[in-house]
Design a protein around this ligand. Sequence first.
Ligand code: FMN
Length: 304
Amino acid sequence: MQFYLAPLEGVTGYIVRNAFAHHFPYIDKYFTPFFPAAKRMNKKIIRDLIPENNPGIKLVPQLMVNDAKDMEMMGKQLKDMGFESVNLNCGCPSGTVVSKKKGAGILGDPVALDRFLDETFRVCPLKISIKTRIGVEFPSEWEDICKVYEKYPLEELIIHPRVRTDFYKNTPNMEAFAYAVDRLPMPLCYNGDINTVEDYQAFTERFPQTDRMMIGRGLLANPGLVGEILGHDRADKKQIKAFHDEIVNGYTEIFSGDKDVVGHMKEIWFYLIRFFPDKARCLKQIQKCQSMPEYRLIVQQILS
Ligand SMILES: Cc1cc2nc3c(=O)[nH]c(=O)nc-3n(C[C@H](O)[C@H](O)[C@H](O)COP(=O)(O)O)c2cc1C
């Protein structure tokens, strides 16, 4: 099995990716959180992409685009930076994205999706993979979406089998994933709700032919999850502390004030607190916390 870290906007930037690579080096491929097309990418995006900030990390940039010309323009820029592949976001459920017919919004009109991909495959100089949901409102939309995907030489198709209106609720629709396994010719990657070794085992029992899996929240809640799946011991507090400290130090270097650093650490703790079930009450304290000394005190309590 190949393991990918899922992109989580605001969380899995290069500092977090590096912390995984250094302390839990079991992830085969990383994806950037989505970014839009631009004639000149902004500094923050460039900083997240450049090889100097991603040493030893196999990284795929993810675009939020619904226009082939934008795919061409971005493909050229990314190729110049040394990338060979790009990932297209067809899954983001956010209202502002969907209303522009981007992210999961692109799935509402399979004819337009087909036109967009047809043109994109002619003009984009990079290999293309897609990360997709199975529809906007109903799982029944998936059949027509698959009919579009099957026409294109995708490098891989990452399937998060929820519809847009699920956001992150309900459970992944495994029948929809099975439908894709039976029908689609390109390599398929599963994504969604793999939080424990048992979840992994149940998945591989049902889909022994699937050889790639993307994990997001499960890895943030237990950064050693892939290691555990591979037979290593469960991460201990010392390892989690080293992982955490690398992220705090990285954020301290790039952000101007404590408030920003603490703000970004809150996003991490939203997931990481699950590693410490008996400290669940500390999440509220972290969420209220405003200063670095206060933050360090609470984290010390959790990690002690
Ligand atoms: C806060 C947050 C931000 C996300 N940002 C992105 C993103 O930038 N690109 C993307 O394709 N998916 C994004 N996702 C979706 C995840 O990549 C993933 O598909 C989803 O969390 C399901 O996988 P999981 O159950 O393993 O977390 C985001 C999810 C969350 C919760």
